[in-house]
Design a protein around this ligand. Structure first.
Ligand code: NAD
Length: 490
């Protein structure tokens, strides 16, 4: 069994008061690891270390920071199989997915921001005669990063990549449920030559370590990914020193299938959209909205596909869906099945744990499809599990109205072969991302984030560099003959 300390100032250390967290295996509930639990004092020590490391790290040439991040990407790639195994064991993601998606995406993101470091430029805007105006982007200082449990390793790339490329130092609080890949990454960070104190990782509970980080006066910015409720609390906690806040919150993605769509592609894409990662994705396509002309045919095929998904142990070859990440979360998802029934919803498949003795101690839920009305709770609230609702529409306007009817606005998809309709509907959807004839595509170069109660700010792309820098405008008088500023006796 693994034991791990907090990673502060380049060392693994015990928590100040010796507290620990038990990390459980979602496949069978057994004890996987014991990890130090960071509390307020530990967060303070980590922020101190990050503050001390800031001048040297931010003072490095950007190309040198980039070179180190590129080296880190190579090292992660060289350890890909070990990281994939660790991530699958800790989170329950099928090994197929961590090999194909989580780890390669982490590598790609560090590589992208490694390359970005010395290409993120300032500007020289035209201003009045006699002046040169330099607009430069400077690091913020110590950045706090609070990460949820659904993609722990990949989110390290999304958050550490731009923060470090821009010259910030970091205190990260991973989820208390799944800290193992982040702590292993700390060793690789050290191996890559990132100096002590530049990245500090303090696993701990949200209400204790997370709250301390969000309210800490020495932290200049908080980047938070998690639920909308916690996001609101973070904003309140950030007010003390007016720290900058970036929020990636919940979602309730609509996946609209028009009657001219390629149905086979839409069925397959809709299954990926909701069942990949057991539906534990903020951008999951959890609301399938079908044109009435194709609704029954789509559903016949989709329900058949959902029922055939191989649910099994994450490390077993052939597993397409693993367990949810915690017992508590599994119960939450199963409770929504009861909510659906109470609302008059029809469970078309799933709605229960699998009937398999090998999986009985794990946090498994079958792929679930529920016919529900757009206004029902299960169509409005984020279930964050393998749980799709299905509704029917008659016109493009109605499809858009249904899609835009939740408080969220993260990602939506649409399936059509009509180019004009694709553009028209994509524009009308109120969300930070739209996928046409695909779903859930992400790339380091493309900004990721939401509108409405899905939060604000963007991860990835150039926009992420804006998020992790502050802009300075410097005015230089370049004309010795400029008239006096404060004319006297005229
Ligand atoms: P959560 O909000 O409970 O926890 C997220 C993180 O915040 C964890 O590290 C947790 O320890 C910490 N936290 C909890 N309470 C805190 C507090 N009072 N102060 C400071 N930190 C606190 O969410 P979760 O259950 O871990 O994650 C699932 C949620 O995250 C879903 O709603 C999902 O949509 C959202 N999510 C959003 C995105 C996105 O990019 N938009 C990505 C993944 C997950």
């Amino acid at each position: 069994m693994l034991t791990r300390g907090l990673f502060i100032d380049g060392e693994f250390v015990d928590a100040a008061d010796g507290a620990t967290i038990d990390v459980l295996n979602p496949h069978d509930g057994s004890l996987l690891a014991v990890v130090a639990e960071g509390r307020e004092r530990d967060v303070d020590v980590a922020v101190d270390a990050a503050q001390r490391a800031f001048p040297a790290w931010s003072g490095l040439p950007a190309s040198e920071r980039g070179r180190i991040l590129l080296r880190l990407a190579d090292i992660i790639e060289a350890n890909a199989e070990e990281l994939a195994l660790l991530e699958s064991t800790d989170t329950g993601h099928p090994l197929r997915d961590t090999r194909m998606l989580d780890v390669p995406r982490t590598v790609a993101t560090f590589r992208y921001f490694g390359g970005m470091a010395d290409k993120y430029e300032g500007t020289v805007p035209p201003v009045e005669k006699g002046f040169l105006n330099l607009v430069t982007h400077e690091p913020i200082g110590v950045v706090g990063q609070i990460v949820p449990w659904n993609f722990p390793l990949m989110f390290c790339g999304w958050k550490l990549g731009p923060a470090l490329a821009a010259g910030n130092t970091v205190v990260m609080k991973p989820s208390e449920l799944v800290p193992l890949s982040t702590l292993r990454l700390c060793e690789l960070i050290d191996e890559a030559g990132i100096p002590p104190g530049v990245v500090n990782v303090v696993p701990g509970y949200g209400a204790v370590a997370g709250a301390r980080l969000a309210s800490h006066e020495g932290v200049g910015k908080i980047s938070f990914t998690g639920s909308t409720v916690t996001g609101r609390a973070i904003v309140a906690m950030s007010a003390g020193n007016l720290k900058r806040v970036q929020l990636e919150l919940g979602g309730k993605g609509a996946n609209i299938v028009f009657d001219d769509a390629n149905l086979a592609a839409a069925v397959n894409g809709a299954a990926f959209a909701i069942f990949h990662n057991q539906g534990q994705a903020c951008i999951a396509g959890s609301r399938i909205i079908l044109h009435q002309n194709i609704a029954e045919e789509f559903l016949d095929r989709f329900v058949e596909l959902a029922a055939s998904i191989r649910v099994g142990a994450p490390l077993e070859a052939g597993t397409e869906m693993g367990p949810l990440t915690s017992a508590l979360h599994r119960q939450r998802v199963l409770d929504y099945v009861e909510v659906a029934r109470a609302e008059g919803g029809e469970v078309l498949t799933g709605g229960a744990a699998p009937d398999d003795a090998n999986l009985k101690d794990g946090y498994y839920v079958l792929p679930t499809v529920v016919r529900a009305r757009p206004e029902d709770r299960v169509s409005q609230e984020e279930v964050f599990g393998p749980f799709a609702t299905v509704a029917v529409f008659n016109s493009d306007d109605e499809a858009v109205t249904i899609a835009n009817s939740t408080q969220y606005g993260l990602g939506n998809g649409l399936w059509t072969n009509d180019l004009s309709r694709a553009h028209r509907v994509a524009k009308a959807l109120r969300s930070g991302m739209v996928w046409v004839n695909s779903y859930k595509r992400v790339s380091p170069g493309s900004p990721f984030g939401g509108v409405g109660q899905s939060g604000y700010g963007r991860e990835m792309g150039f926009e992420a560099m804006h998020e992790y820098t502050q802009t300075k405008s410097t005015w230089i008088n370049v004309d010795a003959n400029l008239p006096a500023w404060y004319p006297r006796n005229q």
